[in-house]
Design a protein around this ligand. Sequence first.
Ligand code: PPE
Length: 306
Amino acid sequence: MGIKEAHYIWMDGELVPWKDAKIHVLSHVVHYGSSVFEGMRAYKNPKGTALFRLKEHVDRLFNSAKIYRMEIPFSVEEIEKAIIQVVRENNLESAYIRPVVYRGYAELGVNPFTCPVKVAIAAWEWGKYLGEDALENGVDVMISTWRRMAPNTFPAMAKAGANYMNSQLIKMEAIINGYVEGIALDIMGFISEGSGENLFIVKDGEIYTPSLGSSILLGITRDSVIRIARDLGIKVNEQRIPRELVYVADEVFFTGSAAEITPIRSVDRITISNGKRGPITKKLQEELLGIAEGKKEDRYGWLTYI
Ligand code: PPE
């Protein structure tokens, strides 16, 4: 257990030794959750190490900051370069990368404007998010009693630290009840997403996934899966999804940078189909990871070599 420490963390323009990458305990973010962040992966490839969809992750980071009126004191290009630098200088062949933008130390009180906007980027080796055999055998999940935030409470499109207090409630409830993960419903009672993943359903050869109107994070893996599926000739429906459609689905899976494409084998102890990874899930895994790991052509221009 524990994070696999690398050598350096990028902080506000400099590489700092891992153990020195610290902030003050009275930083605004510690008290009020004032941060936005990203999570992305770099994959070991025959041609070197490649970042998966760098541009889209950095764009989303800047959009999350914009929603929260945080001005990032670096340009998009500077952050992209810094991410590449962190992976390279830590000699990581494959990595999970965590850029975080946060309100630092100056004053306390809810008003965030008085506190500086700081940036840190860390990278380390992170294995399979939902367990070592999850990608093949799938995971058992529950529908959470916690809902995802209502649209006029927290903006779901922003990947903000504070949203993950809701995610923690979902995750803890799932673990305590013997599940790997929880799926939250939206405020209307339709399917929203997992604590750290988007959700997909396969039914009668078509794919269904909740739309932006169901308080989801607009996942980059979600977008990758939708594009690959459509190019394979599979119809993808972004729409409201009632809970019971999950129970009677042919295949259900999670997507996320950390979770990649993780099959779900049961929901609320109801077995999905025969409880095995389905053929469309498998095909999408092969295509997505095939591109990321350089086994398939990078036909969408998703890779940035470091
Ligand atoms: N919804 C939520 C709530 C979420 O946190 C993630 C990513 C996604 C959907 C999928 O988005 P994307 O990674 O762009 O496909 N969750 C990140 C953090 C997980 C964590 O435990 O920390 C991740 O996968 O990196």
